[in-house]
Design a protein around this ligand. Structure first.
Ligand code: FAD
Length: 234
């Protein structure tokens, strides 16, 4: 069974694994190295290393890491069948009493774009530009650990080794130095953009695009240009 690595499948896979008595390997980044024995390559330690893991169960479940494979068009004729399972309340071992969900905002786990702020923002009063940029892009907001430790942003937004992992298509790091613990959590993002005044900031080595500049000048201009672009292409 091949699954993705969305927040939903990471929740589903362990339950399937227990139900089917199947071995489960998440964060798989390559096709199996061998099928007998069945061995797959996966990331470990917050994407800092790789491990080759062997599955010996009859049924095997792998969770493919986000952005590990490009999409390839494979034209086939398929029949789409309606699937409407009937599940009675009694079929569930647990019962949801209440669902408390953030609405109208992309979450870090599933966001296509993440806009993240670091200590270069200087203070909580300047986080508005991160929110505004995120709003224009339809992105989720995130931050470095010190920013949440200082209470500038909520703890749920802290990304990195000790925070949430990010595997978005675009990760924009604003005023973040790029410490190894931060990069460990964002390295699975497809395209990384950094805005930083210090050309020697380590993030530039890990980024696909970099702007050496003051966030307080660059970000408002970026917001303005994006708004113009959206208005012209609405
Ligand atoms: C065990 C352990 C676990 C950790 N886990 C995490 C983790 O999960 N996530 C995490 O983020 N950190 C983590 N850290 C902390 C990490 O080591 C760094 O200290 C932290 O990431 C630095 O945050 P920062 O980049 O926001 O701040 P800083 O390192 O202070 O960097 C601020 C950056 O902003 C730039 N800047 C300043 N002014 C401007 C401006 N006007 N415009 C643009 N740029 C500007 C500066 O040049 C600098 O590069 C961990 C540390 C330890 C020891």
């Amino acid at each position: 069974i091949i699954l993705s690595s969305s927040a939903d499948t990471k929740f589903l896979a362990p339950m399937l694994s227990a139900q089917l008595k199947a071995g489960y390997v998440p964060n798989v980044v390559a096709a199996p190295e061998s099928t007998s024995p069945f061995q797959v390559k996966r990331t470990v330690f917050s994407n800092k290393g790789f491990a080759i893991t062997q599955l010996d169960t009859d049924v095997k479940i792998i969770g493919v890491s986000n952005n590990a494979f490009g999409s390839v068009e494979n034209k086939t004729d398929t029949t789409v069948e309606d699937f409407a399972p009937e599940l009675a309340e009694a079929a569930f071992a647990t019962k949801s009493i209440e669902i408390d969900k953030v609405v109208g905002k992309a979450t870090i786990a599933d966001a296509d774009i993440v806009v993240s702020g670091g200590r270069g923002l200087k203070g909580p009063e300047n986080c508005g530009m991160i929110e505004e940029l995120a709003e224009v892009l339809g992105a989720a907001t995130a931050c470095s650990k010190p920013v949440s430790d200082l209470g500038w942003r909520p703890h749920g937004e802290h990304v990195g080794q000790t925070g949430k992992p990010v595997a978005s298509n675009l990760y924009i790091a604003i005023g973040i130095s790029g410490a190894i613990q931060h990069l460990a959590g964002v390295s699975a993002s497809k395209v990384k953009v950094v805005i930083n005044t210090d050309p020697e900031a380590p993030f530039f080595k890990a980024a696909d695009y970099g702007v050496v500049g003051d966030a307080f000048e660059v970000v408002p201009q970026l917001i303005e240009k994006l708004k113009e672009f959206k208005a012209q292409n609405a």
